[in-house]
Design a protein around this ligand. Structure first.
Ligand code: ADP
Length: 245
């Protein structure tokens, strides 16, 4: 993102001169107060809205080209599973829409359901699942696209703390299996941002700018011992301090 700005037609300056170079395979978390432009960044990345100024490209492609190639997949806080379809058919839906054969769809859906630990439930319906399990299905459906860029907008915000931490662990494991998959993750939770990411991007209140990009120089795999580590607390303090100022 180079010199990226977005002014909405009503005059709201949502983003101002954002410069950010994201490396392939990174796990970047965005934190910032409500209204600082985090969702606007995601909407620009997917080409849903055009920037007012500046340039954004994804592995050399425009957002629209990248989306067309199915390089980008999303996971939102609200699961968007179809209630009448089994997990297998929910996860296979994007592949079905892209013309994959029944056999290919089934094989891929089974692969990703296994990745999220739900292969034994593939014939279940969404209503039979807990909130955490539904989120796992949403993640599996995104992974079935084999995206180069995975956008996650507060995916774990509605989950209880234990489930949230379990899903954080699982997400990191999945991300590490594919060294080329880049994850961009919006969260309000500073602990979550430090635990997950290679860098935390802290945004300012509107008009949204980047206040700081804070590297989290801790190797993966990360687990509970990192959560209780002094370095973890120090990094959480640094991110929180930057947010407050
Ligand atoms: P965040 O995701 O960080 O909460 P958003 O990107 O949703 O922030 O919004 C940034 C600012 O732009 C907010 O002040 C919001 O009210 C405003 N905004 C978002 N979408 C529109 C729109 N379509 N028209 C006008 N203003 C908008």
């Amino acid at each position: 993102m180079s010199n990226l700005s977005k002014v909405y037609p009503n005059g709201t300056i949502a983003l101002q001169n954002v410069n950010l170079n994201i490396h392939e395979g990174e796990f970047l978390c965005f934190v910032g107060p409500s209204g600082c432009g985090k969702s606007t960044i995601f909407n620009l990345i997917t080409g849903l809205i055009p920037p007012t100024q500046g340039v954004l490209n994804i592995l050399g492609l425009s957002p629209k080209q990248a989306l067309k190639q199915s390089d980008i997949a999303f996971v939102f806080q609200e699961h968007t599973l179809l209630p009448w379809r089994s997990l297998l058919d929910n996860v296979g839906l994007p592949l079905e829409l892209r013309g994959f054969s029944k056999g290919e769809k089934k094989a891929e859906a089974e692969r990703v359901l296994e990745l999220v630990g739900l292969k034994d439930h593939m014939k279940s319906l969404p209503r039979e699942l807990s909130g955490g399990m539904k989120m796992r299905v949403s993640i599996a459906r995104a992974l079935a696209q084999r995206p180069k860029l995975l956008l996650m907008d507060e995916p774990f915000g509605a989950l209880d703390e234990i489930t949230r931490q379990t899903l954080q662990d699982e997400l990191l494991n999945i991300w590490q299996m594919d060294p080329k998959m880049t994850v961009l993750f919006i969260t309000h939770n500073v602990f979550e941002s430090v635990f997950l990411s290679t860098r935390v991007v802290v945004m300012t209140p509107r008009p949204g700018k980047i206040a700081a990009t804070i590297p989290i120089p801790v190797p993966y795999p990360r687990n509970d011992s990192f959560r209780s580590d002094a370095q973890f607390s120090e990094l959480v303090r640094e991110v929180s301090g930057t947010l407050k100022h």
